[in-house]
Design a protein around this ligand. Structure first.
Ligand SMILES: NC(=O)C1=CN([C@@H]2O[C@H](COP(=O)(O)OP(=O)(O)OC[C@H]3O[C@@H](n4cnc5c(N)ncnc54)[C@H](O)[C@@H]3O)[C@@H](O)[C@H]2O)C=CC1
Ligand SMILES: Nc1nc(O)c(N)c(N[C@@H]2O[C@H](COP(=O)(O)O)[C@@H](O)[C@H]2O)n1
Length: 620
């Protein structure tokens, strides 16, 4: 029997599911119930442990870069994705206006990875901890390594986790002056400008974890200042990055004249600037070329084909490579994320305003004991979230779905009960264009999935969507909240850790022997999670709407679908309540309620907890 059903009649959810999942992404319960149960928990050093070395550190856990999306997308004038791209890729956009004589038939000297200017900026600013794959690190780091000087390195005993500490180049103490070194006979002292040292106290650590999915996390260290005291151009002027120098080296070893290589570089100013070469000089090429010439003194350096040396003019282009006299071509279009390189399940950024959500969203600058908690789910008119237990039911139309993914991008974690994971085999990632794995860098804007699974019922398996998503670099592997009684097979633990996930053990129960949400939220806060979006299912949502827990819930965003699912459905409903006289009363009334139509759905937003918790009010 196929458990999947689509109450809104939309086929959209099915088309979005990842290829290879059973039944178009909907999973049968039997498909996910293949499991081993075992004993005990084993702890090895993981990347997360290594990140914890320097606690206390407010931004210790590598979370998403939702702040960037927040600022860009929620400003009324910048809610569309094309604008988002144009503004973030401003370097690329500006430089594309530069005159170019680049001919399509001339092979380019550049092989810049996608969105290089934007990603250099992110890796320079390190506003939030950044988690990227090892491959991405190795691709992009050479283009930003001019900013950093390595101070020291630590490796874990097992050798699969290395931490390198870097300081900003401008923090390095002043250089020795040339007088301290004896000069070769006949040589005049080199005119060397001595830069002031110690002008920028920006420091980072780079944690490299090699497992089933090798990741690199880059974060500021506790002693670091929060911003550089200078911009990226300043460093690019002081020192060239090794990605750029590698381009020059590759061309030098072909035996070309440095001035010819330099001329060719200048013909693609957009790519040169994108790679950090705004201040690139012919001397940089000469330095690289000189090293190669020491080993190859007999080679006669030549200009590139179609170029020649003309006295008084240097290297000039004589003709294009196809023999036709050179004519400047039309300026190239602004580089942007190429839609063909995006995964097929990418969702385009909402083109409609989401401003109405703003009052209900986490405010990351707020210092709080517990994370900001948002309940967000889709419900029928009779408050059902699925046709029957164990079955996924589509209630959100395309617009509401985009909104949900936007909400995901704005939270550090997405939490569900194990009932939902067994029923839906969800991805729990953000699939909006620009998010990590969907045109963005690393795990940018990707939240951490959290599964409440006290008895360890979730069968950790490489085929489940959350782990496949992690391997594909399209999301994070989950943290599974278990109780002390859960028996976790050591292999299962190692497997989950290998994907970058983990088990969190909670030992506090309420009077009904259920895990206490206060303890869960505290544990998440201690792991650096500042905001949690709780999507379901019925058991989790209904429990959290009870008075015992409403003081932990900040906001609720319900997508209401124009359908009745009937009595057999999975209900969201808190326990009933009576007034002091014993008369039936409403169980809960959200505050500051707003209704917003979105396609066939209506979105209800509200606030749940009183504006300040009693203990916070007392403290204030
Ligand atoms: N329409 C929507 O927006 C959504 C619909 N769903 C649907 O909801 C259904 C799943 O809901 P449920 O079966 O109610 O499962 P659930 O996802 O609420 O998980 C319930 C399980 O979580 C664990 N759990 C939760 N809170 C706990 C606590 N405080 N202490 C100890 N254990 C705790 C227990 O193992 C419990 O059996 C599925 O059909 C799914 O498709 C799920 C999420 C969103
Ligand atoms: N917002 C919303 N609308 C619906 O119609 C839904 N069925 C759900 N379900 C939730 O989304 C999860 C699926 O996530 P992925 O698309 O696989 O990432 C599912 O597990 C529910 O939590 N939500």
């Amino acid at each position: 029997m196929d458990h999947a059903s689509n109450a809104s009649g939309s086929s959209e959810e099915a088309s979005d599911s990842e290829a290879g999942s059973p039944r178009n992404g909907f999973v049968q319960v039997e498909d996910v119930l293949r499991t081993d149960r075992g004993v005990g928990l084993v702890h090895t050093q993981t990347q997360k442990d290594a990140m914890d070395d320097d606690r206390p550190q407010p931004e210790a856990t590598p979370i998403n870069l939702s702040g960037a999306l927040n600022k860009q997308a929620l400003r009324g004038d910048e809610t569309d994705s094309s604008q988002l791209r144009t503004t973030t890729d401003s370097n690329e956009a500006n430089s594309s206006n530069a005159p170019t004589t680049f001919n399509a038939k001339t092979p380019s000297l550049f092989n810049n990875p996608p969105n290089l200017a934007r990603i250099r900026k992110v890796l320079f600013e390190c506003n939030d901890p950044i988690e990227i794959s090892l491959e991405e690190f190795e691709t992009y780091w050479p283009f930003i390594d001019n900013v950093w000087v390595k101070q020291r390195s630590n490796a874990s005993k097992e050798g699969h986790c290395t931490t390198d500490y870097y300081m900003c180049r401008l923090r390095r103490p002043t250089h020795r002056t040339s007088e301290t070194r004896p000069l070769p006979e006949g040589k005049r002292p080199r005119k060397k400008r001595v830069r002031e040292g110690g002008i920028c106290n920006f420091q980072i650590k780079v944690v490299r974890f090699e497992g089933a999915y090798s990741t690199v996390t880059i974060a500021r260290t506790p002693g670091s200042c929060s911003v550089h005291s200078h911009d990226l151009d300043y460093i690019d002027r002081v020192k060239r990055n090794s990605g750029l120098m590698e381009y020059a080296r590759k061309e030098s070893v072909k035996g070309y004249l440095p001035s010819s290589i330099y001329t060719k570089f200048q013909e693609e100013p957009d790519k040169l600037c994108e790679a950090g070469g705004r201040f690139f000089t012919v001397t940089d090429v000469r330095n690289i070329s000189a090293k190669w010439r020491i080993q190859n003194p007999e080679v006669n350096l030549i200009p590139h084909e179609g170029y020649e040396y003309q006295k008084g003019h240097g290297i000039v282009k004589t003709q294009s490579t196809d023999g036709v006299n050179e004519v400047p071509s039309q300026p190239k279009p602004t580089p942007s994320i190429s839609s063909s390189s995006l995964p097929p399940d990418t969702l385009s950024f909402p083109q409609f305003s989401l401003d109405f959500l703003q009052p209900y969203l986490p405010n990351n600058s707020e210092r709080r004991e517990f994370p900001h908690v948002t309940l967000s789910y889709a419900s029928s008119m009779d408050s059902k979230i699925s046709l029957q237990p164990g079955m996924q039911t589509v209630l959100s139309g395309p617009e509401a779905k985009l909104m949900t993914h936007y909400l995901r991008s704005r939270h550090d974690a997405i939490l569900v009960g194990v009932g939902t994971v067994l029923a839906d085999n969800p991805g729990l990632n953000c699939r909006l264009e620009g998010a990590g794995g969907f045109g963005g860098l690393g795990r940018m804007w990707q939240p951490r999935p959290v599964i409440i699974d006290p008895m360890g019922r979730w069968p950790v398996h490489p085929e489940c969507r959350m782990l496949r998503t992690a391997v594909d670099g399209k999301g994070k592997a989950p943290w599974v909240v278990v109780s002390p009684g859960a028996q976790i097979n050591p292999q299962t633990l190692m497997m989950l850790k290998g994907y970058g996930g983990d088990f969190l053990r909670i030992v506090e129960f309420n009077q009904h022997w259920r895990l206490r949400w206060e303890a869960i939220f505290r544990a998440l806060a201690s792991e650096g999670i500042k905001s949690v979006m709780i999507e379901g299912g019925g058991t989790v949502l209904s429990e959290l709407l009870n008075p015992e827990y409403t003081s932990f819930i900040d906001s609720i965003v319900v997508t209401v679908a124009p359908t009745y699912l009937g009595r057999g459905g999975v209900n969201v409903s808190p326990d009933s309540k009576q007034d002091p006289g014993g008369a039936p009363n409403a169980a809960l009334n959200p505050r500051e309620v707003k209704w917003m139509p979105l396609g066939q759905n209506v979105i209800m937003c509200g606030k749940i907890r009183p504006s300040a918790r009693p203990e916070e009010a007392q403290r204030d």
